[in-house]
Design a protein around this ligand. Structure first.
Ligand code: AR6
Length: 176
């Protein structure tokens, strides 16, 4: 299964490059400095241009599990939601709660800013080492819980954007 429907919101998984998504907001898997890095963070900063770093400098960082908003500058997406996932340290350091918080806070920020279409990367599953299957279960479960708790949500589309087939497969499993 690669698609779920909750009231007026479609949740789906696609393979691709999140920097090319034509959505209201893409989510960045950032670090607490918000001053750029590798992985999807580096790709988003390259695609958005130097204005994004300048905007991020004004935010004074972001704590793990929190989310902050900037414009998208040269991206097709009007906004970037920067969230900071936990570094995987064996699973006994609150990683699952922090990762769930990334999705919850990103959705709340999107809703508060009139964002209707939103794309997430698989936060924490690259450089931060979070096991993929566990991370995608948290991603899908947190989105599902959010939509169940917000039946009037104006968010119409949530896309999980994956760089590779393994991640697509993990989301499809989590959708079952
Ligand atoms: N589009 C979609 N997914 C992508 C893209 C892309 N363009 N590029 C990578 N991914 P990671 P993290 C996938 O490492 O684990 C940075 O240095 C990737 O395959 O980007 O949260 C930050 O500054 C993986 O599945 O983020 C932090 O220091 C997922 O995105 C640190 O890395 C997340 O991988 C954050 O590490």
């Amino acid at each position: 299964m690669n698609k779920l429907q909750f009231n007026q919101t479609t949740v789906h998984v696609v393979k691709g490059d999140i920097t090319r998504c034509e959505v209201d907001a893409i989510v960045n898997a950032a670090n607490e400095s918000l001053l750029g890095g590798g992985g999807v963070d580096g790709a988003i900063h390259r695609a958005a241009g130097p204005e994004l770093l300048a905007a991020c400098r004004l935010l004074n960082g972001c704590r793990t599990g929190e989310a902050k908003l900037t414009p998208g500058f040269r991206l097709k997406a009007a906004h970037v939601i920067h969230t900071v996932g936990p570094v995987w340290r064996g699973g006994t350091h609150g990683e699952s709660e922090l990762l769930a918080s990334c999705y919850q806070k990103s959705l709340e920020l999107a809703e508060a800013n009139g964002i209707r279409t939103l794309a997430f990367p698989a936060v924490s599953t690259g450089i931060y080492g979070y096991p993929l299957e566990q991370a995608t279960e948290i991603a899908v479960g947190t989105v599902q819980k959010y939509l169940e708790n917000h039946p009037g949500s104006d968010i119409s589309e949530i896309t999980f954007v994956c760089f590779d087939d393994a991640a697509v497969h993990a989301y499809e499993q989590a959708f079952e």
